[in-house]
Design a protein around this ligand. Structure first.
Ligand code: 87F
Length: 512
C-alpha cells in the first residue's frame, strides 16, 4: 500500500533512537530533555512519546495509547450527544472505495489524488481492480444518498460516522497534527433548502468552538476560509483556527462546509418537492479529528510535560501518600484510598498512587509529566490535622484543605484550573496578534511569528501572490480565516498586499 505518486518517502526514525538516555531519565524521574522554548519540535515529540503516543514502524502512523484515547473518548461523548440532539444519526460506511466511485467527482479529487493510498494485492496476486482507502467519504456515501433520497419527506438526511481515514502525506509527519491515518467524525447532511444548510454549518462550528474552548481550554477564531483555502468541492468553508505561539503557526482546528449543490449534481441527489417537481438537495459536510489533541498538547504543555485541562483529563486528581519514618503508614494509605474513593463517588476521575517502589518525589514528577490537573498529598501532619494538601498542575499553587470540605473544594479547584488554562492561553495568543496595514509591516510581523490581522481585498490572485512572495524554508504565509467577528474597517482602507480597496479583515500566517 503506497501512494501512486512514486515520490521517495522520508524515513522517520521510529522511537528507538536515544532510548538509553530516555530510560535513565525515566528511572530518575528527571523529566524531559528538551525545553519548549528552546527546541519546540523535539519538546513536542518527547511529550507525546511519554504517555500519549508510541511511534510505529510505518512513518506517519502512531499508536494512540490509553492516555490519549481517553481524551478522544471524552470529546466524542460530548459531540456525539450534541449532534444527536440535532437529530443526526450515526452510521458506518466501508473503508474501501472503488476507483470508479472515487474518481466520479473529478474536480474534487484531482488535487488530492497523490495522497490516496491503494490496495493493489491480495496475498501474492494482483487485484483485478485496485481499491482505494477512504481519505474522506463524500464519494463513498453520496451514491447511497442518491438512492435513499426520493421525496421531500426523506429530507433532511443527517448522517455522521466515527471512523479512521488515510491520507498518504509526504510533508513531515507530526503526532496528532499530521499523521497518515487518523480518527475523526465526518458528518454529511442533505437539506431541501440552502437556509437549513447554512444554519447547520454554524451550529456545528459552534460545537467545534466549544470542544476547543470549553473542553481543551484552547482559544479559537471562528471564520470563513478564503476561496483558495476552502474545500474545492464545496460552496464555502467555515473553520475554527487555533494558533501556536511558540512556532508562530496557525492550525486549522476543524471545518464545517456548505457543499452547495455541487455533489448533488454529480451524484444526482434529487427529490420530488411538494409541488411534484424534481429538485436538488443542498449539502453540508463537517469534521474534527484527533488533531485536536495535538493542538491541546502544544498549547498547554510545559517543560515538566503535559498539562491536561480537567474536563478532558482521564485522571483529574491523583492522591499520593507521603510517608515519613515512624509514621502511621497504614493510616496514611487508608486516608489516600478514602480520599480517592470519596472523589470518585462525587463524580470526579480520581486515583490513589500507592506504589511502594517509588518515592513521593518520583511520583510527583511522574504525574506532572502526565499532566494530571490536581495532586493531593497526604502525610502524617495532614492525617493529624484531618486535612489534605492540594497542588495545581497549571500554576503549582499549594493549599491545605480540611477533609470535610474535600469534594466542594476539588470541584471549585478543577473549575478554576479549567478557566485559568483558557485565560492564560488566550492571553498568550492575544499577545501574538498583530494588526498590520502595509506589506513591510506584514513581513516584519511574519518574521516575528505573529498572528497577523490584515485588511485584504479578498482576491484569489493576491493570496497566491502573497504565498509566492513568502515562500521559504518554513513554508509560505496564507490566509487562516476571515473572522466572523470583524473589527471596524474604516472607509478607504487599502489591502496590505495589492493596494486595492480592502473588503475585510483576515488572519494570515504560516500554518500546520
Ligand atoms: C485527501 C485525499 C483525497 C481532504 C483529501 O473537510 C480527498 C481529500 O476530499 C479531500 N483531503 N479532502 C477534503 C475533505 C473535505 C471534507 N470531507 C468530509 C471535510 C469534512 C468531512
Amino acid at each position: 500500500m503506497a501512494g501512486p505518486s512514486g515520490k521517495k518517502e522520508k524515513v522517520e526514525k521510529a522511537g528507538t533512537s536515544g532510548k538509553k538516555k530516555k530510560d535513565v531519565k525515566k528511572e530518575t524521574g528527571l523529566g524531559l530533555s528538551a525545553k519548549k522554548d528552546d527546541n519546540f519540535g523535539e519538546w513536542y515529540s518527547e511529550v507525546c512519546k511519554q504517555d500519549m503516543i508510541e511511534y510505529y514502524d510505518i512513518s506517519g502512523c502512531y499508536i494512540l495509547r490509553p492516555w490519549s484515547m481517553a481524551i478522544w473518548e471524552i470529546m466524542q461523548t460530548f459531540f456525539d450527544a450534541e449532534i444527536k440532539k440535532m437529530k443526526v444519526k450515526n452510521c458506518y460506511f466501508p473503508l474501501f472505495v472503488s476507483p470508479a466511485v472515487l474518481e466520479k467527482e473529478k474536480d474534487h479529487i484531482e488535487g488530492f489524488a497523490p495522497e490516496v493510498a491503494w490496495v493493489t494485492k491480495s496475498g501474492k496476486s494482483d487485484l483485478e481492480v485496485p481499491i482505494a482507502i477512504r481519505p474522506t467519504s463524500e464519494t463513498v456515501m453520496y451514491p447511497y444518498y442518491s438512492k435513499w433520497i426520493r421525496g421531500h419527506r426523506d429530507l433532511p438526511l443527517k448522517l455522521n460516522q466515527w471512523c479512521n481515514v488515510v491520507r498518504w502525506e509526504f510533508s513531515n509527519p507530526t503526532p496528532f497534527i499530521r499523521s497518515r491515518e487518523f480518527l475523526w467524525q465526518e458528518g454529511h447532511t442533505a437539506f431541501a433548502t440552502k437556509e437549513e444548510a447554512d444554519t447547520e454549518v454554524l451550529q456545528i462550528l459552534e460545537l467545534y468552538r466549544r470542544i476547543y474552548e470549553e473542553y481543551l481550554a484552547v482559544p479559537v477564531v471562528k471564520g470563513m476560509k478564503s476561496e483558495n483555502e476552502k474545500f474545492a468541492g464545496g460552496l464555502y468553508t467555515t473553520s475554527v483556527e487555533a494558533f501556536i505561539p511558540n512556532t508562530g503557526r496557525g492550525v486549522q482546528g476543524a471545518t464545517s462546509h456548505c457543499l452547495g449543490q455541487n455533489f448533488a449534481k454529480m451524484f444526482e441527489i434529487n427529490y420530488e418537492n411538494e409541488k411534484g417537481e424534481t429538485a436538488m438537495v443542498w449539502q453540508n459536510s463537517w469534521a474534527y479529528s484527533t488533531r485536536t489533541i495535538g493542538v491541546m498538547i502544544m498549547t498547554h504543555g510545559d517543560d515538566k510535560g503535559l498539562v491536561l485541562p480537567p474536563k478532558v483529563a482521564s485522571v483529574q486528581v491523583v492522591v499520593i501518600p507521603v510517608p515519613y519514618k515512624d509514621a502511621n503508614m497504614q493510616g496514611i494509605y487508608d486516608a489516600c484510598t478514602a480520599t480517592a474513593s470519596a472523589l470518585c463517588e462525587a463524580g470526579f476521575r480520581a486515583e490513589e498512587d500507592l506504589r511502594d517502589n517509588y518515592s513521593p518525589g518520583w511520583k510527583y514528577s511522574d504525574w506532572e509529566m502526565k499532566g494530571v490537573p490536581v495532586r493531593i498529598e497526604i502525610g502524617p501532619r495532614d492525617l493529624e490535622k484531618n486535612q489534605v494538601r492540594t497542588v495545581r498542575r497549571d500554576n503549582g499553587v499549594k493549599e491545605d484543605i480540611p477533609r470535610d470540605s474535600l469534594v466542594e473544594h476539588v470541584k471549585e479547584l478543577l473549575e478554576k484550573i479549567q478557566l485559568n488554562m483558557y485565560e492564560v492561553a488566550k492571553q498568550k495568543r492575544e499577545a501574538c496578534v498583530q494588526e498590520i496595514k502595509t506589506w513591510d509591516e506584514f513581513i516584519e510581523a511574519l518574521n516575528k511569528k505573529k498572528l497577523i490581522l490584515a485588511p485584504w481585498c479578498d482576491e484569489e490572485e493576491v493570496e497566491r501572490d502573497v504565498k509566492a512572495r513568502t515562500k521559504g524554508e518554513t513554508g509560505a504565509a496564507k490566509t487562516l480565516c476571515s473572522p466572523f467577528d470583524q473589527p471596524e474597517l474604516p472607509e478607504g482602507t487599502l489591502c496590505f498586499a495589492s493596494g486595492k480597496p480592502a473588503k475585510k479583515w483576515t488572519y494570515w500566517g504560516r500554518s500546520y
